[in-house]
Design a protein around this ligand. Structure first.
Ligand code: PEP
Ligand code: MG
Length: 580
């Protein structure tokens, strides 16, 4: 049994079979061959070994010619291993006796060899392990050829283990069969983490390297609450986690009873609980949990899922599904926040060295006005179907906000001329997720109908810490006093002007922060749909006066660790069953 600590990004527990994506992105499932197909599979293995040997010989000759024989010697060692009788008989035995597919036999056998060398620890042996992996990859490439399997053709439940998954790869995971996932890299605020929440499956990111220690079909446990991954668990651990999964299910059932009750504090203050969504189907998750509306619709996922840029009708169809389902409840359509870690089929500048600081989000929209207008037209057209609001992301200057509003006004004029109906009074708001917007908030509040604080980005830009980098995860902290002070500043400015303010970063989905946020004056929280019942339970259990006291004490503290443990202590006093 081996435990790996990573970053917990989506709660819940999953126990199941591993599906390992190697870092070239293909998967090696545990697969068996029929008895009468053994001969054919052995032949396939032989052909793959021959083809891999030809490639190695070719490389050997080329390198000898270019650089000299001494550099080509490495390939001789590869050839000897690949053609060695011992390896071949082991592989054949696995196929003939255990009926493993050649791919699975190769991946298991080579993994065992590599581990043997790694355990010897001397440096020369470690490089030998790398050689073995290199040969394994070559052989697998030849075995799989064009039949390389992605994640699209699953037929049974799996836990996906990968080096990395982009937000769009995560978005395309098969929701029927993928029951959880783990990646070696990735940070707490990454959009991959956000999508994990949308899929409502346990997920752990940033464990560091471990894929060499696990094969497809091995039993694995993902503990999405503690950020733990357990490889090869023993019977007792499996039983404990199965029991925990049961308890989570029964707590969820209890919370379902809150669905139709208001999120009102025990001293009578009404809180509006909205849902964050990335895909239209999630609107059903929001309705099932009794959301008061959609506080953040991350529309950029329409671009990430599609092969080509979505046209106006694609936008219209997606938005109308959401708006019609929500009836008269508000739906906040955030215009596309592409760029950084969400890159569709747009050309990326060669010198884009800091994508999170580069041509992202509203900046990209203002550089691609026709694309921006297409989206705005669709958003305006659906405004007659319900209660639609439009929100601009990542606004960092007043000029940017004014430019975005001008484009919107222009699109409205255009629709007007063509007699296409839309709601001319729809509310227009902005995300507050860049420190410059907080500093200038007194000016911004004069130019918008509402604000929404995006702490996922606000944390990264305030503390200069990449939200998707596991190596700086210690600095990426919602409880940092600088972040709390900025939230406080924004809420005060908004209240003074009577502008509604929402908080839609992941922070609002974590029950540790609910009392703090209410105490800072927030009355609208937009959360991952799965978190609505828990956050509602907290709201209904506390008083505003106690939250205000919590917020004042937290604001006076000097570091994130003290603040977080103080908040956990307070939560324990008020709602003991929710202490994470
Ligand atoms: C945020 O930054 O907090 C936010 C809600 O936007 P996103 O996570 O999509 O960047
Ligand atoms: Mg953001």
């Amino acid at each position: 049994m081996k435990k790996l600590q990573g970053i917990a990004v989506s709660p819940g527990v999953a126990v199941g079979e591993a599906l390992v994506m190697d870092n070239e992105g293909f998967r090696i499932p545990r697969r068996f061959v029929a008895r009468n197909a053994v001969e054919q599979e052995l032949e396939r293995l032989k052909k793959a070994i021959d083809a891999a040997s030809d490639e190695i010989e070719h490389n050997q000759k080329a390198v000898a010619h270019e650089l000299g024989d001494q550099y080509a010697a490495i390939f001789e060692a590869h050839l000897q291993m690949l053609q060695g009788a011992k390896l071949r008989s082991e592989l054949e035995e696995m196929i003939c006796q255990r009926h493993y597919s050649p791919e699975y036999a190769v991946s298991r056998t080579f993994r065992r060899y590599a581990e043997l060398f790694e355990r010897l620890q001397a440096e020369s042996f470690a490089s030998k392990a790398n050689d073995i992996r290199d040969i394994e990859k070559r052989l697998l490439r030849n075995l799989l050829g064009h039949r390389r399997e992605g994640l699209s053709k699953l037929t049974s439940p799996v836990l996906v283990l990968a080096h990395n998954l982009t937000p769009s790869e995560t978005a395309n995971l098969d929701r029927q069969f993928v029951q959880g996932f783990v990646t070696e890299v990735g940070g707490p605020g990454s959009h991959t983490a956000v999508v994990a929440g949308a899929l409502e499956i346990p997920a752990v990111l940033g464990t560091g390297p471990f894929l060499n220690e696990v094969s497809g079909g091995d039993l694995v446990i993902i503990d999405g609450d503690a950020g733990l991954v357990i490889l090869h668990p023993d019977e007792e651990t499996i039983a404990r986690y199965r029991h925990e999964a049961e308890e989570i299910r029964s707590l969820a059932l209890q919370l379902e009873e809150l669905r139709d009750l208001p999120a009102v504090t025990s001293d009578g203050t009404q809180i509006t609980l909205l849902g964050n969504i990335e895909f239209p189907y999630e609107v059903d998750h929001c309705v099932a949990r009794g959301a008061d509306g959609i506080g953040l619709y991350r529309t950029e996922f329409l671009y990430l899922e599609a092969e080509k840029q979505p046209d106006e009708e694609v936008h219209y169809e997606a938005y109308s599904r959401v708006v019609e389902t929500m009836g008269q409840k508000p739906v906040t359509i955030r215009t596309f926040d592409l760029g950084a870690d969400k890159v569709p089929h747009l050309p990326v500048a060669e010198d884009e060295r800091n994508p999170f600081l580069g041509l992202r989000s509203i900046r990209l929209a203002l550089r691609n006005v026709p694309m921006f207008r297409t989206q705005l037209r669709a958003a305006l057209r659906v405004s007659v179907l319900g209660n639609v609001r439009i929100m601009f992301p990542l606004v960092s200057t007043l000029l940017e906000l004014r430019q975005a509003k001008m484009v919107l006004a222009d699109v409205m004029e255009d629709l007007d001329e063509r007699k296409i109906p839309f709601d001319p009074n729809l509310e227009i708001g902005m995300m507050v997720e860049v420190p410059s917007a907080c500093v200038m908030i007194d000016q911004f509040v004069n130019e918008v109908d509402f604000l929404s604080i995006g702490t996922n980005d606000l944390i990264q830009y305030t503390l200069a810490v990449d939200r998707s980098n596991k190596d700086v995860v210690g600095l990426y902290n919602s409880a940092d006093p600088s972040v709390l002070k900025l939230i406080d500043m924004v809420v005060r400015a908004a209240d003074a002007r009577g502008v509604p303010v929402n908080l839609c970063g992941q922070m609002s989905s974590s029950t540790v922060y609910t009392m703090l946020l209410l105490g800072l004056g927030l009355r609208r929280l937009s959360v991952t749909p799965g978190a609505i019942p828990e956050v509602k339970k907290i709201c209904r259990s506390v008083t505003i006066a106690s939250c205000q006291e919590v917020a004042q004490r937290a604001l006076a503290m000097e570091n994130a660790r003290d603040i977080k443990s103080f908040l956990k202590g307070e939560l324990k006093k008020w709602v003991p069953e929710f202490v994470p």
